[in-house]
Design a protein around this ligand. Structure first.
Ligand code: GUN
Length: 262
């Protein structure tokens, strides 16, 4: 970080949270802590749940123009009276470290991008660092959200994987998942993928973070049965989660570079 700062590149992240969703509060705290650990300047805006859309848009506008802020993140979900799409569209695409803005989504589609959404980017980093070659592999993504499923599929496709996206209407899901060399679970349903749905030796990446009634965290994959079949598997917690935060830090540094040349 010091080397960057000597070159006049000063990353700064603004994190906005509206309301008191407990999970969001934990995520935002983790993001702030990561900034501190990396020496990245950060500002946190914790707004009451009654905040109007106009007030939120005014804050985003101010941050878009603020020179010491290179990245802006609005923690989702926002309260129901605020339109998520309008909020995302208001963020300067050059400061959109989540890569949720349609401009950045489009850039990912054509394979010419500055920012990759943090969770799919973290998954790709895990695959890459583990020496797993995606090219020609059967990749199955379970979940089609804008935040994870859709961009995840695109990133795997850019690495020449043969990609299938499955979702709640998919017929015979097990036949699809059982065919996967690389299986990414991002459905948000605890223990949804069980060992019998996994091919022997497959790479299983669990994006889910679900809180059970007993307060314990668990993923979308039933770890006990899955680990007996998988060749490699990520745990929850401690798998994709920390990678997501690491990718946010990377995007914030990238944003400082992009904004310096804007
Ligand atoms: N809520 C759940 N995941 C995310 C994320 O990656 N970014 C933001 N802004 N909100 C989220």
């Amino acid at each position: 970080m010091e080397a960057l700062k000597e070159k006049g590149i000063n990353p700064g992240l603004a994190v906005i949270i509206v309301g008191e969703d407990p999970a969001s509060q934990v995520y935002v705290r983790n993001k702030e802590r990561a900034c501190d650990e990396c020496g990245i300047y950060s500002e946190k805006y914790a707004l009451p749940k009654e905040t109007t859309q106009e007030e939120l848009l005014n804050l985003i506008d101010k941050l878009n123009k603020k020179n010491d802020i290179s990245g802006i993140l609005v923690q989702l979900p926002v309260p129901e009276h605020i339109d998520e799409k309008t909020v995302i569209n208001a963020i300067d695409p050059k400061k959109d470290v989540d890569a949720f803005h349609p401009v950045n989504v489009g850039k990912i589609m054509v394979g010419n991008y500055d920012f990759v959404p943090c969770t799919p980017a973290g998954v790709m980093e895990l695959i890459d660092e583990s020496g797993i070659d995606v090219s020609g592999k059967e990749c199955v993504v379970v979940g089609r959200s804008n935040i994870v499923g859709k961009p995840q599929a695109m990133l795997l496709l850019h690495k020449n994987g043969t990609v299938t996206i499955c979702h709640s209407r998919t017929k015979d899901l097990k036949a699809k998942t059982k065919n996967a060399d690389i299986l990414v679970a991002a459905v948000g349903i605890p223990n949804f993928i069980t060992g019998d749905m996994i091919k022997e030796g497959a790479v299983v990446i669990d994006v889910g973070i679900n809180r059970l009634e007993n307060k314990k965290l668990c993923g979308d994959v039933e770890f006990e049965s899955a680990q007996k079949v998988a060749g490699a598997i990520t745990p929850v917690p401690g798998g994709v989660g920390p990678m997501t935060i690491a990718m946010l830090m990377k995007n914030t540094v990238k944003a400082a570079l992009v904004n310096k040349t804007k």
